[in-house]
Design a protein around this ligand. Sequence first.
Ligand code: PLP
Ligand code: COI
Length: 356
Amino acid sequence: MEVKFSTRSAEQLKTPPASMSGVVFGTVFSDHMFCMEWEEGKGWHNAEIKPYGPLMLEPSSMVLHYAQMSFEGLKAYQTDSGEHVLFRPRENFKRMNRTSLRMCLPELDVEEVLTALKQLLRLDSGWVPNEAGTSLYIRPTILATEEAIGLKVSSKYLFYIILSPVGPYYSQGFNPVKIMVSDKYVRAVPGGVGFAKTGGNYAASNLAEKEAKELGYTQVLWLDAVERRYIEEVGAMNIFFVINDEIVTPQLTGSILPGITRMSVLELGKYWGLKVKEGRITIDEVLNGLKDGTVSEVFGAGTAAVISPVGTLSYKGEDYQVSDVETGPVAMRFYEHLTGIQYGKEADPFDWVESI
Ligand code: PLP
Ligand code: COI
């Protein structure tokens, strides 16, 4: 793929934040972005790295009406030796292609977009923050851009990648979060698009998240849509439980996002010789386990959220405390090791980290 470079002049370059403390997640963007277009009969074309700025879209663009789109989230890290690296980036573009199949979007060539991403990252390398726990969040996105409001699959698309220097996703940092189990709304149904990383899943979650926040909770834990018993995932992360010394996470049923952090926690746990299991877990099992002490930890896992201990679970108006609202040893071990691999402090036995 031939990438055209239209870069900012030295005077037009912005200054990255001197410190990430106080910067709200995902609100600051780097100097440049990568864009390319797709058209029926032509495929992907017009690949270009250009200044970050507004898109030109007609109000009739199909994505604005019918939400035919997909997005991804991954991060670039500065290691202790000053090198910039990515964490399992191919997994994100492969997942984007799985979302694309479900959403009728054109597929990407994983190696080509990874090469383009690295070109963008090398150009904006000054935007990778280096304070502890910070990173450059990468947001690849595909939008349906055909100018037509009849309901059909679009014949034109825009793919772009933008970069945002970030600190912790939650204002609590690595401290236990309060999560509300939703018994009123559901996120995804069997046969639907829950496994896909598409905007509509998040738009449909907003009301539940808003109501949970008004009651003092950080995010919502979703139950399955049919029986409203089985645990699925949290708004922006997958969920893990430590039950009788076994690490358990909901199995991928099609309505849960197959998280790359989730997969990494499972692989790391197995590598350490811990008991790990993907299965069906009911909310009653978890709440009873919290009462009788068999559930000793609950934590979330995601790119933005990293490993996030859960200190309180609320269900039907009642709060249940988890491990005395302290970060448990299992969550701590995964946090330390995963971030250790990402920041080059720990050996990387799986070759998860890729140099830019
Ligand atoms: N579940 C949802 C709904 C998410 O938005 C995310 C974030 O990407 C995750 C899980 C975690 O996925 P990953 O670890 O690939 O970031
Ligand atoms: C991520 O963790 O990358 C996500 O996409 C979560 C997002 C809703 C901020």
